[in-house]
Design a protein around this ligand. Sequence first.
Ligand code: ACM
Length: 609
Amino acid sequence: MKKKIIPVLCLLLLNTISFAQQADEVSIIPKPASVEKGIGSFIISKRTNIVAKGADAEKVAGMFNYFLNKKYGFVLKVNNTVTNGAIVLNTTSRVKLPDEAYQLKVTNHSINISGERSGVFYGVQSLLQLIHKNGRQLSVPAVTINDAPNFAYRGLMLDVGRHFFEVDEIKKILDVMASLKLNRFHWHLTDDQGWRLEIKKYPKLTSISAWRDSTTIGGYNEFKPFIYDGQRSGGFYTQDQAREVVKYAAERNIVVIPEIEMPGHSTAVLAAYPELGNGTGPYKVPGYWGVLHTIYSPGEQTFKFLEDVLTEVMAIFPSKYIHIGGDEVPKDEWKNSPLAQQLIKDNHLKDENELQSWFIGRIEKFLNKNGRNLIGWDEILEGGLSPNATVMSWRGEQGGIDAAKLGHNVIMSPGAYMYINRAQAKDKATEPLAMGDFLPLNVVYNYNPRPAALTPDQQKYILGVQANMWTEYVATDNKLEYMLFPRVAALAEVGWTKPENKDYKSFTENRLPDFFKNMDQTGINYRILEADIVINDNAQTGRKTIMIIPFVADSKVYYTVDGHKTDNTANLYIGPILTPYTNGRPLTLKYIIVTAGNRVSNEFSVDIK
Ligand code: ACM
């Protein structure tokens, strides 16, 4: 909430409009490196041609039509002779741009996008965001954009181990990721509570490990002993489906990085193959959350199993990186295991941490031999880092800082900034059940993945940034989308936009309104952001004016000032509210925002003092 003094004329202008309509800035998320506005606009009609110069450009033209059709219900003809009034996609330009960089030039009579395939694809994504519908016409404002990413790795992780999500939902998310120029989908495919990938050599992984009998309800500490829902749940992807996701993502410049957890977070496997545990069974696929003590044995059977699994995984996923987890591994089972203790002795290891290092090191050798690189969560630093490993720093930034100082590549994903399984508002009672602390949009937005503690040379090891969507408390598509958006839009600017070009105010006021409108039009759920509330005092009357300015284009606001619940029976906001005579008593403004697509926000509450 802000208090501002605003001249009366402005007050009138601000009346019922959202920020979007005031913006002079072009509304592209993530904000491009350089934008020069021109004069006039290009009109796209059904007769407009796409000219594809180069085989790669033809593929991108197909993607342009995919996204155009999804939003506007038609496609354009693609040919390869330049004509007037065309949209030219050019991957054969003599001036070579770096990967993912592009130039987009819109004039009254043509649109030109050039770059490598990935760059032209991103030029198309910017173009799609620039298109505005005026009546029946699609127009694009004249503009020249030169753009390139700040980080090469711009990732989103989805945990499908805790709750399974169908391929169609994954594709829906990949579409939004592509539009936001995110390029790594980290697919967390296995966890204690479920294994989600068909492995031909081990069929019980999908007949047993993919299913649990029951799941706890409520928050982790809410009901003790746990209360269970009594519903069998689970699911898995066939190898064909996983390949389909890989291909779908690749067409959108997204690499899918599979994660196969080890040596912890693997109880679901032990339920099917108890011989891979430390003799602490019998095991069942658990329906509760947390850090479980049941882990793989470090014996030869386990390595045989993991190498077999990874062989099938590598055949599905062309990603250079394979994620092997490595986080949250309680070592008590190894402390009590004669086999583990013997291995510590035989390999002259100091303790169980070094045994984990030895374990991960063996897996790294196997991956490297197969031309792949290992990524693990920052616990893989404990007991010594494998020689070529990349560290995903999640328990804060320290793991990433330590790894970069050792000359290892790093992906920054610290909990306090990038764990979007956390609630989006401080008052958790107003939000759906979420994990841990709260993480509002501005905190995600303002994160800078290059720690000041590193020298410029060391900062080069920071490949990029990733947000993590853990799904203990996320069981439905609607909730998944609610938790992702708009924070993933903020992530996009953290990854793409140079810090000096980032600006939270312009992000929310100028760019998010169109993003929200687009989400409405494409049927994707999101959390409707609190409006900006501007309060002005009038010393003469003792009354105040309250302006409610939502960040969603074309939305309506309903409010009360008497402390009562707000729904669509309440006052419709049409302009600054003049507060009642209160004789100095405090008031509470309550309001909801209803979007053009009839999506209703949470009820927000603001004390007016
Ligand atoms: C993690 O959140 N356990 C990586």
